[in-house]
Design a protein around this ligand. Structure first.
Ligand code: GLU
Length: 476
């Protein structure tokens, strides 16, 4: 165990930022302007529950307004604090810049354990928090657009959207005040799966590059790769599900709040998720080796490690023992600056959070655009596209007829080809394109500069460069 003190989450993000800007040639003062958090609002409000007033503390931090609205989730967790929301808001700035989502960075949080309240109580608390933020334009379609994060989901976003609409009855764009809403309340297809889907697309892109795989001591495709996932929440669950069901990965380990499971034969993610929601944990699951101290399984041998839960889980105390060659940060900040340094020295390849989990905000961006344009993606062109494809199929079938049916179109191909893209297909295509492009931007810096030896520094260089460009264009 190291005796060096671990920095706070925000300090950790700043340290990583500093490593990158040291390699840049920014005008004097701009570096600090970008690094610092512009403002953090703290609110304490009371809600009458169970016959008495209970006071809650919440935050909304705005890191950078080089683009507006600013964007980032709202988390509900007992440990929420100012340092954490500021770190997360900074990561949002860099994340949005990296994937070209036209937003500044923000984040919010409420100190609450959602499991302590029933649905009606949570609605009262969420609406009151939303009221406090909207009153100060910290929820606003053109200024600040929240989204789900740890402890919140579509349900809370629907309450927030409705609360904002009640306070702004004539705002035609009211629905764009928050993203991650349910489909029937102005949401978009594919938003719930988006962050996990983005992790899958990120890994697929990584595996397209021989040079990159070689750096991690890996080869071949994702098929058969042994994966350990920490956290089967929305992000970890979708990532593990898609990687195992579609890419042939074997999920050999899952770490949850109450412990970890290890199974060399591969865990069935759907089945395990059903077990977790029924039994409130992985303990007792009929297959796999259970241990109570689940974090120990972060150190087990595997090809790909996916921390998809909390920040700071890989740190000075365990980084040396991490065996995975490739880590993809599905959570925000799962590796501390100290942990990062140890892993870098060991040669572990880390696909950094600001890229790896950007799928959520990317699809949030599509949802926001959908809300502002007041039309579902694909509504105008889907049938027209199908009709044009039908023309080609008809021609080919006429040709086949004229040749005595000596050949015919494969029915599976025909069905696939004829189907016009609906909203879900378009969202996935836009997300895939975003993840590929951003990865290529990062790897160009990673391989193109001698002084850049890791993907995180490359990601910071790309995104800080874009933020600096915006400030410059503004004349700042
Ligand atoms: N909370 C998610 C994140 O950390 C999503 C943010 C958003 O969609 O605005 O990226």
């Amino acid at each position: 165990m190291s005796t060096i003190k671990e920095p706070s989450f925000r300090e950790s993000v700043d340290l990583m930022f500093n490593r990158a800007v040291a390699l840049m040639d920014l005008p004097p003062g701009l570096e600090e302007k970008i690094r610092v958090c512009n403002a953090t609002y703290t609110v304490r409000f009371g809600v009458r529950l169970r016959g008495q007033i209970q006071t809650f503390t919440g935050y909304r931090s705005v890191h950078s307004e080089h683009m507006e609205p600013v964007k980032g989730g709202i988390r509900f967790a007992p440990g929420v604090n100012q340092d954490e929301v500021e770190a997360l808001a900074a990561l949002m700035t860099y994340k949005c810049a990296l994937v070209d989502a036209p937003f500044g960075g923000s984040k919010g949080g409420l100190c609450i354990d959602p499991r302590d309240y029933d649905e009606h109580e949570l609605e009262l608390i969420t609406r009151r928090f939303a009221y406090e933020l909207a009153k100060r334009d910290l929820i606003h379609p053109s200024q600040n657009v929240p989204a789900p994060d740890m402890g919140t989901s579509e349900r809370e976003m629907a309450w927030i959207a409705d609360q904002y609409a009640r306070m702004n009855t004539t705002d035609i764009n009211a629905k764009a005040c928050v993203t991650g809403k349910p489909l029937n309340a102005g949401g978009i297809a594919g938003r719930v799966e988006a962050t996990g889907r983005g992790v899958q697309y990120a890994l697929q892109e990584f595996f397209r590059h021989e040079e990159d795989k070689a750096k991690a001591g890996l080869s071949g495709t994702l098929d058969g790769k042994r994966v350990i996932v920490q956290g089967l929440g929305n992000v970890g669950y979708h990532a593990a599900k898609f990687l195992s069901e579609e890419d042939g990965c074997k999920i050999v380990g899952v770490i949850e709040r109450d412990g970890g499971l290890l199974d060399e034969n591969g865990l069935d993610i759907e089945d395990l998720r059903a077990w977790i929601s029924k039994h409130d944990g992985v303990d007792g699951y009929p297959s796999g080796r259970y241990i109570k101290d689940g974090a120990k399984y972060l150190e087990e041998d595997c090809d790909i490690l996916i921390p998809a839960a909390l920040e700071g889980v890989i740190n000075l105390s365990n980084a040396e023992r991490i065996q995975a060659k490739l880590i993809i940060e599905a959570a925000n900040g799962p590796i501390t600056a100290g942990g990062d340094e140890i892993l870098r020295k060991k040669g572990t390849v880390i696909i950094p959070d600001m890229y790896a989990n950007a799928g959520g905000v990317t699809v949030s961006y599509f949802e926001w655009v959908k809300n502002l344009s007041h039309i579902r993606f694909g509504r105008m062109q889907r049938r027209q596209e199908e009709a044009r494809h039908q023309l080609v199929v008809d021609q080919l079938e006429a040709l086949s007829e004229s040749m005595g049916k000596s050949w015919s179109l494969d029915p599976a191909f025909k069905e696939k080809y004829l189907k016009g893209a609906g909203e879900l297909e378009l969202v996935r295509s836009g997300l895939d394109d975003t993840m590929r492009t951003a990865y290529q931007d990062m790897r160009e810096v990673w391989h193109g500069r001698e002084d850049v030896t890791d993907l995180r520094t490359a990601a910071y260089l790309v995104s800080i460069g874009k933020v600096a460009g915006s400030y410059r264009a503004k004349g700042l």
